[in-house]
Write a protein that binds this ligand. Structure first.
Ligand code: NAP
Length: 248
């Protein structure tokens, strides 16, 4: 069992939900995000419910690149080893290109791709030194095709992350370091609660159960929940853009 798990973006949504699931399985947790207060509350809740685990928390902005390396190293010192790192922090602001929203689009691209790159670099420095570990990136079903409007840059950043994760997996082949890319479908969190269309969305608790179950199998890639998103993924690949762009 992977005992010591680092999760970024743990102050909300999927990060917080996965922390609850892993805590119930007896894992020690290293949690980080920009907002400390929700993580203080989560740490108190999890350590009270599971007295056998330790929960470490730190403030981290994944776009502060030196801080990403410092925080990951500090968590490694706290826990002795990082057995699994889940690169989960992400955001979804943005709008159609050329409509005056460069700042929101740039921030989404930077957080979801360059921020994830920094997290993968920091995690892999530690895992290479340990000669062990499981690196997990949280991409999205939207990585499979280009998306219009608010999801354009978001989908592109997640496609970049998916591709980079596959490259890392190629690098780590025949080593003890495992690499997985997770493509969630819609799971209800603050990132999508205001969306007009979020087809086949599931609630946070069951979504996070499915995520953790998928992660623990350590697959190369998983669409989560598998039903209906494996089938949707096949359809997304073959449907013309005019249909795919109406799905969200
Ligand atoms: N929910 C879904 O349906 C869905 C589907 C596909 C993929 N995803 C992906 O799943 C991941 C988690 O999203 P979510 O749905 O749980 O959304 P969420 O509830 O909005 O959570 C996003 C998390 O990322 C953190 N974060 C954002 N920017 C950050 C930054 N610059 N530095 C550090 N942490 C940052 C936030 O914490 P702070 O604000 O405290 O920093 C928060 O904890 C994202 O990568 C998202 O793209 C979600």
């Amino acid at each position: 069992m992977r005992k010591n798990i680092l999760i970024t973006g743990a102050s909300s949504g999927l990060g917080e939900g996965m922390a609850r699931e892993f805590a119930a399985k007896g894992c020690n947790l290293a949690l980080c995000a920009r907002r400390l207060q929700p993580m203080l509350e989560l740490k108190a809740e999890l350590e009270a419910a599971h007295p056998n685990i330790s929960v470490y928390i730190r403030e981290l902005d994944v776009c502060n690149y030196p801080q990403v390396f410092e925080v990951f190293k500090a968590f490694k010192e706290d826990m002795g080893s990082l057995d699994r790192v889940i690169v989960n922090a992400g955001m979804g602001k943005g709008a159609s290109l050329g409509t005056g929203y460069f700042e929101a689009n740039r921030q989404t691209a930077e957080t979801n791709f360059v921020g994830a790159l920094a997290q993968c670099e920091a995690a892999l420095e530690i895992m290479r030194a340990q000669n062990s570990g499981h690196l997990v990136t949280v991409s999205s079903m939207s990585a499979l095709r280009g998306s219009a409007r608010a999801l354009n840059v978001y989908a592109a950043s997640k496609a970049g992350l998916r591709n980079m994760t596959e490259g890392i997996r190629a690098d780590m082949m025949n080593t003890p370091i495992k690499v997985s890319c997770i493509l969630p479908g819609f799971i209800l969190t603050p990132i999508n609660e205001g969306m007009k269309k979020a087809p086949m969305r599931v609630d946070l608790a069951s979504g996070c159960k499915s995520l953790v179950k998928a992660i623990e199998k350590e697959p190369a890639e998983a669409k989560v929940p598998a039903w209906p998103w494996v089938a949707v993924g096949l359809a997304m690949k073959i449907f013309p853009l005019s249909i795919v762009s109406k799905m969200t």
